[in-house]
Design a protein around this ligand. Structure first.
Ligand code: NAD
Length: 321
């Protein structure tokens, strides 16, 4: 069994490797050669933790396994990140455990890859201003991955806790791009692409604040009850998602679906755009919205890429198990 500790991930895999892996598995999901199993998520009644696992199988790449972990809100006081996860890969031919891979950095990279893929396929080609809503741990990964997809000329940002915006400003500085903290009216009025990545339980952006032609990647809503944008915005947009059933149950689409503003069969799988069976954006005025809920197959695809890279470089730790 191969062990890849959390500390080794950053030296093995690049955001570009993750984008390629996630793009391929999104296409496999749309081709029905890869599928996610039902998600388990439980409040365990200890340490205020939310624990769960996401699993799936890709018949094309033979990636089989699960990501296990969750949210431990008191970890910061122990010097640990609150989100903890580990990815287990199994041999699809024998069921033997093939690899155990640290999942914390990979979660951020695969989540950033998903929104970047949505920007790659759905944002207008002439997009110049990137709007960020959210400035937590995931936000810098989201920002860096987005900047690879279009030659953005400016970053505008808003966060419910404004003091956190400095981490985005730092990335903008490193990338040599102007950065401005703005209110939500300006963010909507100026942005060609908007990424939302907060843990909000109430809409932060109204439909009336978003202009025609905008692409939104709503990435923060991954649990029942969370919400980042008004349900009416999904009614006005063409909605794409990583996984349709997750979108209407735990994703941003849940609220519009509950209000009868969005039917599940009107949501388009992003993999269908990747594999060319859906055209994606069809006009410059269309509002496109990607509901990225986070699927197991993203985790399995990036973990498999890491294992392949470790084997190719001769640095994999292989133990008899
Ligand atoms: P974080 O705790 O580091 O940052 C939280 C962010 O949400 C900050 O911007 C903070 O200001 C904001 N926030 C906190 N409480 C809020 C509230 N009550 N209302 C509105 N905003 C609030 O978290 P993170 O690791 O950056 O994750 C952000 C979100 O992304 C979380 O909801 C997380 O579950 C989700 N997430 C989604 C995926 C996916 O695949 N879609 C993957 C990882 C994380």
């Amino acid at each position: 069994m191969i062990i890849i500790p959390e500390s080794a991930i950053a030296t093995l895999v690049t955001p570009a490797d993750c984008l390629k892996a996630v793009e391929e598995v999104f296409a496999s999901m749309a081709n029905r050669s890869a599928y996610n199993f039902p998600v388990i998520r439980e409040a365990i009644g200890h340490a205020d933790a939310l624990y769960g696992f996401k699993s799936g199988f890709d018949r094309k790449s033979l990636a089989l396994g699960l990501k296990s972990g969750g949210f431990w809100p008191n970890n910061a006081s122990r010097g640990l990140t609150n989100h903890q996860s580990t990815i287990f890969l199994f041999d699809a031919d024998t069921g033997k455990c093939r690899a155990v891979v640290g999942g914390n950095l990979l979660t951020a990279l695969r989540t950033a890859a998903a929104s970047a893929i949505s920007i790659k396929y759905l944002a207008r080609k002439d997009a110049k201003v990137l709007g960020m809503i959210g400035a937590g741990h995931q936000s810098t990964f989201q920002l860096r991955a987005a900047l690879e997809q279009r030659p953005f000329e400016k970053i505008v940002a808003w966060n419910p806790h404004p003091d956190m915006l400095s981490r985005l400003e730092e990335v903008a500085k490193q990338e040599g791009l102007p950065f401005e903290a703005v209110d939500r009216d300006r963010l909507g009025a100026e942005s060609d692409v908007i990424i939302s990545i907060t843990s909000s339980f109430a809409p932060l952006l109204k439909a009336s604040q978003v202009r025609a032609g905008t692409h939104l990647a709503c990435m923060g809503t991954d649990t029942k009850g969370k919400q980042e944008v008004e349900a009416e915005l999904l009614a006005a947009a063409t909605v794409f998602a990583d996984d349709l059933s997750q979108a209407v149950s735990i994703g941003e689409s849940q609220h519009a679906a509950q209000k009868g503003l969005l039917a599940i069969d009107s949501i388009i799988e992003i993999g269908a755009v990747v594999n060319g069976t859906h055209p994606g954006r069809t006009s410059i005025d269309e509002i496109t919205l990607f509901d990225g809920t986070g699927v197991a197959l993203q985790d399995l695809s990036v973990a498999s890429a890491v294992v392949d890279l470790a084997l190719a470089r001769g640095v994999a730790v292989d133990i008899d198990f």
